[in-house]
Design a protein around this ligand. Structure first.
Ligand code: NAP
Length: 276
């Protein structure tokens, strides 16, 4: 099967088209997007800013933060950045303090960080340490980020939380992603429960479950012609997704266009099985 060239130069995955975005649904809002110096998080941060939000981006490495901030600011977007390893309490505290100091508050939290150190079937080579690492970053840090953000979100007029799960949450056809898939299933539950708990505060909580999106993270699933062909054979639309196709869904969920949606997960996968 013919396929388009697989180029891992990160920015080739993103359109550079601020001017083509005509909506300004997020004017006056402030957003925090974790793990946002590359891939899906970068696209989400860019799209929220293109729609008028002031966005605090972050990731573990200062050099990545600097590079991404410079790139987005050069497009005229209202972006600041800081280092935040989502599993570090001090980093999370600093993230929200800086957001308040720079932008005056918080309306939108996007929890996007995840790891999958040793993709493998659940009961093959995995150890307790691998389980703990995956659940610490993917699930516990999301819970803690939500907790840490509440004092600011409760002061917002239209607060919203978006959790990035995965189509792998539905386990089929991705069972080879193992513990990672289970952690992403847990995020569907976290979305449902927190949406119910926070509804009385006016805080909407929703989730996006991307299919295979062309980023460094998913490289294993498409780097060879063979793996690419296997991947697309399970997708109705017969192509991989692009990070900007997640950014647009995040902008919708954060906006007043989604004002009556909470506790939901939108699967963005070009058509793959998505039932538990
Ligand atoms: P990516 O392209 O590899 O980008 C990862 C980003 O996360 C980088 O900015 C990285 O920067 C940062 N990061 C990594 N660990 C971090 C940590 N502990 N704390 C803070 N930042 C961290 O990954 P991606 O594909 O965009 O994935 C983003 C999210 O989408 C993840 O939740 C993933 O599970 C989900 N997802 C991806 C796909 C896909 O096919 N790509 C499909 C479904 C779901 P530093 O190295 O500087 O920290």
């Amino acid at each position: 099967m013919l396929r388009t060239a697989i180029n891992l130069s990160v920015r080739t995955f993103h359109t550079n088209a601020s001017s083509s975005i005509k909506c300004n649904r997020l004017e006056g809002k402030v957003a925090v997007v974790t793990a946002s110096t590359d891939g899906i998080g970068f696209s989400i941060a860019k799209r929220l800013a293109q729609e008028g939000a002031k966005v605090m981006i972050s990731s573990r490495k200062e050099s990545n933060v600097k590079k991404a901030v410079e790139e987005l600011q050069s497009e005229g977007l209202q972006i600041e950045g800081t280092v935040c390893h989502v599993a570090k309490a001090e980093d999370r505290k600093n993230l929200f303090e800086k957001t308040k100091a720079n932008f005056g508050g918080l309306d939108i939290l996007v929890s996007n960080a995840a790891v999958n150190p040793t993709p493998d079937f659940v009961l093959v080579q995995n150890t307790e340490e691998v389980w703990d690492k995956i659940f610490d970053i993917n699930v516990k840090s999301t819970f803690l980020l939500i907790k840490d953000s509440l004092p600011l979100l409760k002061c917002s007029k239209s607060p919203s939380i978006i959790i990035i799960s995965s189509a792998a949450a539905y386990s089929n056809p991705y069972s080879s992603l193992g513990i990672y898939s289970i952690s992403k299933t847990a995020l569907l539950g976290l979305t449902k429960i927190t949406a119910r708990d926070l509804a009385s505060d006016g805080i909407r909580v929703n989730c996006i479950a991307p299919g295979i999106i062309k980023t460094r993270f998913s490289k294993l699933l498409y780097k060879s012609e063979e793996s690419h062909d296997v991947a697309v054979s399970q997708i109705s639309m017969r192509r991989l997704g692009m990070p900007d196709e997640i950014g647009s869904v995040a902008a919708f969920l954060a906006s007043s266009d989604a004002s009556y949606i909470t506790g939901e997960t939108i699967v963005v996968s070009g058509g793959t099985e998505s039932r538990l």
